[in-house]
Design a protein around this ligand. Structure first.
Ligand code: NAD
Length: 432
């Protein structure tokens, strides 16, 4: 089968490459010509473990190609995935302009029956909007199907998540499209992945409801952590005690500086906006977002208190990406905190194993270090902002020698308080 994946960002590139791995012929399309030129040479312009090797291999074996020629891609493909960005617009609603552009491109170049699949996270009703746009802009009536197939992969473990997902959601109204999608995903069917087949609008809603629920878990445990600090409880013990209840589950009960990244902030904003527009306010999500905002401020406050005021302080920030194993810094809590520290007059020396290049392109005012010890050099404290594995086993003798005072503010609770105390460090963490 020939398919096209439009948008070669985190989701589009992983989707296309993994389908190629399944034996499908895939062309990845992007309007960013520099990105396409880089991909044609086998270079992935961001960090995702294992992806570059897989791209290169599938290109070599001629199942994966890249182009910016939308016409050629649409003409050849039976299935076209839309995997472009849907960022927040000013109102908080998802900005669908990229999705619309792609739908118009498909309408213009359609030559035969096509299955048009949204992989991007899109508001309820987008499938219907795409259908209308294509019907109105086709040169002549050509049959097509619109499918919603939301993506749940996590950056940092995207390949594993795509290859072994908890479920595949297919929202479609006609049996032919469902059969084609099931055929594409056959290798996952064979490993007994549950398939949820529903209508388009319910599939669109499943994605937002899932992300909103996960964001809720994070804000919930952060509030519990804050309460733990006030009453002298240990949030890790509390989370474990809660999480062993199967109805609650252990995942996503880790306290920290709040959620960030390219999905949760924008998707919760979009849910709020959809609720407002539908006249059904989603009060829980309002609170979740407010708690998340406040959590960032609480972290800055923790740092301020630990070093006795921020003005003129030198602070090492370890980690800039919004989570480990990615170079993505979109709405990263680490970045938000570093920026606030600088706004209040601190000098920030940062180190990240993968996101430095991206940070240097977009952030002003940070000093960039070679490694964690170089970051700590002459600093009043070190802040663990992202829980990269390489920050879990730091040499604290070396750290102490580099720092001007032995203060650690561990916003990810990577270390044990007792152990840090024994090492002679002043240790501040979250909810313990
Ligand atoms: P991204 O910004 O990394 O990539 C989007 C790509 O689309 C870019 O390369 C851009 O150049 C390209 N593009 C934009 N308009 C185009 C057009 N008209 N024609 C061709 N290419 C075009 O975005 P992403 O992180 O991959 O997210 C894509 C979608 O998937 C979003 O809706 C997001 O919410 C959703 N999603 C993301 C994740 C994640 O972890 N990143 C997970 C699940 C779902």
């Amino acid at each position: 089968m020939n398919i096209a994946v439009v948008g070669t960002g985190y989701v589009g590139l992983v989707t296309g490459t993994c389908f190629a791995e399944f034996g499908v012929n895939v062309v990845g399309v992007d309007k960013d010509e520099a990105k396409i030129a880089s991909l044609q040479k086998g270079k992935v312009p961001f960090f995702e473990p294992g992806l570059e090797e897989m791209v290169e291999r599938n290109q070599r074996e001629e199942r994966l190609a890249f182009t910016s020629d939308m016409k050629a891609a649409v003409e050849k493909a039976l299935v076209i995935f839309i995997a472009v960005g849907t960022p927040s617009s000013e109102s908080g609603a998802a900005d669908l302009s990229y999705v619309r552009d792609v739908a118009l491109g498909i309408a213009r170049y359609m030559n035969d029956y096509k299955v048009i699949v949204t992989k991007s996270t899109v508001p309820m009703g987008t499938g219907a909007m795409i259908r209308r746009l294509i019907e109105e802009n086709q040169p002549r009536p050509i049959p097509f199907s619109v499918v919603s197939n939301p993506e749940f992969l996590r950056e940092g473990s995207a390949i594993e998540d795509f290859m072994r997902p908890n479920r595949i959601v297919i929202g479609a109204e006609d049996p032919q499209a469902i059969a084609i999608l099931k055929d594409l995903y056959k290798p996952l069917y064979l490993i007994e992945t549950p398939f949820v087949v529903t209508n388009v609008v319910s599939a669109e809603m499943i994605k937002y409801a899932s992300n909103a629920f996960l964001a809720t878990k994070i804000s919930f445990i952060n509030e519990v952590a804050n309460l733990c600090e006030a009453v002298g409880a240990d949030v890790h013990e509390v989370a474990r005690g809660m999480g062993l209840d199967n109805r609650i589950g252990r995942k996503f009960l880790h306290p920290g500086p709040g959620f960030g990244g390219s999905c949760f902030p924008k998707d919760t904003r979009a849910v709020l906006n959809m609720g407002r527009e539908a006249g059904v306010p989603v009060r829980i999500i309002e609170a979740v977002m407010e708690v998340n905002e406040r959590q960032g401020a609480r972290m800055v406050d923790k740092i301020r208190r630990a070093v006795g005021g921020l003005k003129g302080r030198r602070l090492a920030v370890l980690g800039l990406s919004f989570k480990p194993n990615t170079s993505d810094i979109r709405e990263s809590p680490a970045v938000r905190i570093a920026e606030e520290l600088m706004r209040e007059g601190a000098v920030v020396r940062a180190y990240d194993p993968a996101a430095m290049e991206e940070a240097q392109r977009t952030l002003r005012g940070l000093e960039y270090a070679e490694d964690p010890y170089d970051a700590a050099r002459g600093c009043d404290a070190v802040i663990i902002a992202t829980e990269w594995n390489q920050f879990r086993g730091l040499d604290w003798g070396k750290m102490k020698a580099a720092l001007s005072s032995p203060v650690v503010i561990d916003l990810r609770n990577v270390y044990e308080p007792a152990q840090m105390k024994q090492l002679g460090m002043t240790y501040v963490c979250v909810g313990r």
